[in-house]
Design a protein around this ligand. Sequence first.
Ligand code: NAD
Length: 260
Amino acid sequence: MLKGKTALVTGSTSGIGLGIALSLARQGANIVLNGFGDAEGPKSEVAAAGAAQGIRVGYHGADMSKPAEIEAMMAHVAAEFGACDILVNNAGIQHVAPVENFPVERWDAIIAINLTSAFHTTRLALPAMKARGWGRILNIASVHGLVASAEKSAYVAAKHGIVGFTKAVALEAATSGVTVNAICPGWVLTPLVQKQVDARAAAAGISNEDAKKQLLAEKQPSLQFTTPEQLGELSVFLCSDAAANVRGQAWSLDGGWTAQ
Ligand code: NAD
């Protein structure tokens, strides 16, 4: 379905980004990965997922908090792959602390990586998408783009921001073949959430399994984690022709979290 298209997925060496990259690769899209840590493992996994479709897989290690590196990454994608047809703004970090103790440097990093990076990738990718008459921008927001939790002020501010940004750009592109949407996952058991599980287990003196159950019971009525595979398949749908008129939406995949 996506053969001949190129997808850039930021923060895709792990977790949700990698899950989305794998699903898009299975549909035949060339994939450019980004993120920290080992890139070779994720690159081989994605190449294997798209092997039957003959996809190409690339990687750029831009730090998403640095505009100059983002510009270099976007130029690299255009030069190596011809265009960025699908942009998945996924890179994100978390820090949990009451606002009065929130480290200023963590606030700045969360706003830069979880929000401002999407402004830079979008402004750089959109003109070519519009010129080619087709494009998909998927912003991986969160339930925290719709509702709040205590001690996550920077994350909640950034995620509400990216939902607003999604709507504004969707309107600007509304008469073009470029759609812009946000996806709002509830708890997904990735390294980002495992840190919060570990902190809870340590603070309450409980097992890792009990900490996971508590985390889910507090917010996610299904009592099941959302998976990177489910988010990957939702991304495939939003890239399909059937979703051509889905514009400016914040689509939850949260086990009922925001239905409460
Ligand atoms: P993760 O920690 O598994 O992956 C984060 C990815 O971002 C990694 O590849 C990491 O290397 C990359 N990254 C971090 N800082 C970066 C930077 N400065 N530059 C480039 N890459 C950077 O986390 P995840 O849970 O997969 O989160 C992915 C996205 O999904 C984030 O935006 C997060 O806010 C969002 N999200 C996660 C959950 C959840 O429950 N895990 C829920 C809702 C939304």
